[in-house]
Write a protein that binds this ligand. Structure first.
Ligand code: FES
Ligand SMILES: [Fe+2]
Length: 466
């Protein structure tokens, strides 16, 4: 394809194949190398973005590397309550100062090539044969490390490559209360995996923007609706379908959320999971599918607590409410933080909070699953998908440093749990289809897929900026 020179939409020259329509998205945004390059130039270099979870650098002098496109940054904890971000480059001859994760011994950042050294404030401390540089007049400021705007919020470290970026407070404002309410800042590392995916980063994250895919992609989770789709039985219990009780909300700055409402676990809606079963068993069996299928959001301990209610409920007891009580009293015993048990917070269970451009948070009472979709530096048809399973911990439990396991075989049940494997398993087909000559645009459902549209409209503000 010949090089497309993007111009502003006002001039009417924005390429047809990159358009966001009110009912769909043109496929060039997912498959064109030029669009990927434009995203690096106009989006990733300008937007606030999550570089890491804070528990990846829990101790002073801990560092972690963040790569996006051809740019690399490292974050370092400079004190108990401060983190700094630097461009990952030695000012001498350009060597990257860090790879992956680690700790700077005694706070010394040492370039492995010729041994120049900095402290964690980015100040140069040592240059071998210093007199040879700049006629013996090399200033420390000539060779200081270059920092980037960096903000810690909700247990995330956000960075921005643009020194003139807008205030972080403004960027995060639309989702701030939700992140606070769901105590995302208290969520600690349980496990973290990085999975190569055969699709554009946007297609990967959009696989999780709605509950509309659940009956077809995860038939085990919505048996009634799945039976309808796959034709084994025709069951027209519209209200019983979990995804019909999901509500979607688009926010400013491209953020959004969905929440489960009536389908939320705290509602104890078990009718559709086995009307003939003991309600506790029905709900526990349902949640067990999430434990076995994800080991995130709902953990085994939660299901064990739920099962402990068996035989203890009276006729008038509400199962969801009793489940909440037992979870909260168990947490209180060990001083484990929990969100306030208000209906509007509990209804976020089973839902999702989206942080533009690429992070999704799925909160539950004392757990959260977090996804991050990353673009490949060169290929619009590839990306990386990360899953962070997090939870709150009892006050005196040891805090483990978050480390990442790199998945080598995304289709292996030994490496990726069933539910994300079902979702990510669609990506190869999606990306393949998006490249079909017959495909001009994807179609978006006005309600179920509104977060996708909102995301692209925000993305346009970046990629179409002068
Ligand atoms: S490249 Fe870093 S000290 Fe020479
Ligand atoms: Fe899914």
């Amino acid at each position: 394809m010949s090089k497309i020179i993007p111009t502003t939409q006002e001039q009417g020259e924005w390429p047809e194949r990159w358009k966001t329509l009110d009912h769909g998205i043109r496929v060039g945004r997912y498959i064109d190398r030029e669009f990927l390059d434009l995203e690096f130039e106009k989006l990733w270099s300008k937007t606030w973005q999550v570089a890491a979870r804070v528990d990846a650098i829990p101790d002073v002098n801990d560092f972690i590397t963040y790569d996006i496109g051809d740019q690399s940054v490292f974050l370092v904890r400079t004190s108990e309550d401060s983190i700094k971000a630097y461009h990952n480059v030695c000012p001498h001859r350009g060597t990257a100062l860090t790879l992956d994760q680690g700790s700077f011994e005694h706070g010394n950042i040492i370039c492995p090539f010729h041994g120049w050294r900095w402290n964690t404030e980015g100040e140069n401390q040592y240059v071998l044969e210093r007199h040879e540089f700049r006629g013996g007049k090399l200033c420390n400021s000539d060779v200081a490390l270059k920092s980037l705007p960096c903000e810690e919020y909700a247990g995330f470290v956000f960075i921005n490559f643009d020194r003139d970026c807008g205030p972080f407070e403004e960027y995060i404002a639309p989702v701030k209360k939700l992140l606070d309410d769901c105590i995302i800042k208290d969520m600690r590392h349980y496990w973290w995996k990085k999975i190569p995916v055969p699709s554009n980063w946007k297609a990967a994250q959009e696989a999780f923007f709605e509950g509309y895919h659940v009956p077809a992609t995860h038939p085990q989770l919505e048996t009634a609706a799945a039976d309808f789709i796959y034709g084994e039985t025709i069951e027209d219990e519209y209200e019983a379908y979990g995804h019909h009780s999901v509500d979607y909300e688009s926010f400013a700055n491209g953020h959004g959320r969905f929440y489960a409402g009536r389908a939320s676990n705290y509602q104890g809606n078990v009718k559709r999971f086995g009307p003939d079963k003991d309600p506790v068993d029905a709900m526990a069996d349902r949640l067990q599918l999430l434990v076995d299928g994800m080991d995130a959001q709902v953990l085994q301990h939660d299901v064990d607590l739920l099962r402990s209610l068996r035989g203890k409920l009276g006729e008038d007891d509400n199962l969801g409410a009793e489940y909440v009580k037992v979870l909260y009293s168990d947490a209180a015993k060990v001083n484990r933080p929990m969100p306030e048990a208000k209906p509007e917070i509990l209804s976020q269970w089973g839902g999702m909070i989206y942080l533009f451009p690429n992070v999704l948070v799925f909160p539950q009472a004392g757990n959260a699953m977090i996804y991050r979709a990353m673009p490949d530096p060169e290929d619009p048809n590839k990306g990386t998908f990360e899953i962070f399973s997090t939870r709150t911990l009892p006050e005196d439990a040891p805090r483990e440093r978050a480390t990442c396991e790199v998945v080598t075989e995304p289709n292996s049940p030994d490496q990726v749990y069933l539910i994300p494997r079902q979702d990510l398993g669609n990506l190869e087909r999606i990306q393949k289809g998006l490249r079909s000559k017959s495909m001009r645009q994807i179609w978006l459902a006005s309600h179920n897929e509104k977060l996708i549209l909102n995301m692209h409209q925000e993305l346009d503000k970046y990629v179409q900026s002068p």
